[in-house]
Design a protein. Structure first.
Length: 318
């Protein structure tokens, strides 16, 4: 409209602008794209954002990121198993919630399952992070997500029977919460996010949550098209080395460098990463160090696994 108005004004006041300038204005008008050109643009930008999910989050969703958060997003996108071992206050749940939303927007018909020891903790990721922090219609930090909520393209609801919170997208994707218990056996997902996984028994995860994984079924794809591999994402702060997550982390690091069959990645950050990024302050660090016992502080804030592993204990016993 601005260009049209400018041209119409030019016609009224012919003496104030040259013909050459008029032609330049007309030439600068947006060219109407054909249907094929629009489709090609969509494919090109979707491919770019799928390969650079950090750019999608910052440029399209309008969510500012710290450098370590970009690394985490790319790590979760590129790997089939990802361990995020981070101290308290580093925002591991927030960045994972951002990843889940971005992935669901970029990949239609994707199902993301969030699990933890209790349903209330799993629901909390959707309630506190996705709903209130990221997409709340009045205070959400992403203007695009606020608009999607307003247009009901993205909706958040609670199952009246089970109390499970769900995020539904118009492209067929969804994010939903369950606890790591018998009630989750019937669930199916393309991505599982296990919050505070160190508190869950390894046996329960392997027998209940891991079997829910399946490749994403994108309708309309040729049968011979390679399927998307499912993803497993683990979130926790450091515990004792006797905890199963220590052994998994060691295995993940080894496989990351030595085994190319299953792509595995990892991230580890302490409170100093949070301070350096401005997420936490130096005074918060000093206050928590003073109020927390030494062992808990090393685990929760310095992100150090303490004690000896079972394999180390067996070697000592010999």
């Amino acid at each position: 409209m601005l260009i049209v108005n400018a041209v119409s004004q030019v016609k009224v006041k012919k003496m104030e602008i040259t013909d050459k300038e008029i032609k330049a204005i007309v030439k600068a008008r947006p060219i109407k794209l054909t249907k094929d050109e629009k489709e090609a643009n969509v494919i090109e930008w979707t491919t770019f954002y799928r390969r650079n999910i950090d750019c999608f989050v910052e440029e399209y969703l309008g969510i500012p990121l710290h450098q370590f958060q970009r690394s985490i997003l790319l790590g979760m996108a590129d790997n089939e198993e990802y361990d995020n071992i981070a101290s308290r206050g580093l925002g591991k749940s927030v960045i994972t919630a951002i990843f889940a939303i971005a992935w669901c927007l970029l990949y239609p018909h994707c199902s993301v399952l969030i699990t933890s020891l209790t349903l209330s903790q799993s629901n909390g990721v959707i309630d506190e992070k996705i709903d209130k922090k990221l997409s709340d219609p009045f205070s959400g930090i992403s203007p695009v997500l606020r608009q999607l909520r307003h247009d009901e393209w993205m909706t958040i609801r609670v199952d009246a029977n089970t109390g499970v919170k769900m995020v539904d997208f118009k492209n067929g994707s969804k994010i939903y919460a369950v606890n790591c218990g018998e009630s989750a056996r019937h669930c199916r997902a393309n991505i599982t996010i296990t919050d505070e996984c160190a508190l869950i028994k390894k046996k329960d995860y392997q027998e209940i949550i891991e079997p829910t994984l399946e490749p994403r079924d994108f309708r309309g794809r040729p049968n011979d098209y390679p399927k998307d591999e499912p993803k497993q994402i683990f979130l926790t702060s450091a515990k004792n080395k006797s905890n199963w997550m220590w052994r998994q982390l060691v295995q993940t690091v080894n496989d990351h460098y030595k085994d190319s069959r299953i792509k595995k990645g990892f991230f580890s950050g302490d409170i100093f990463t949070a301070i350096g990024s401005g997420i936490q302050s130096k005074n918060q660090y000093l206050s928590r160090k003073k109020q927390t016992d030494e062992m808990s502080f090393e685990q929760e804030y310095l992100n150090i696994f303490l004690g000896s592993s079972r394999s180390e204990e067996r070697r000592v016993g010999k």
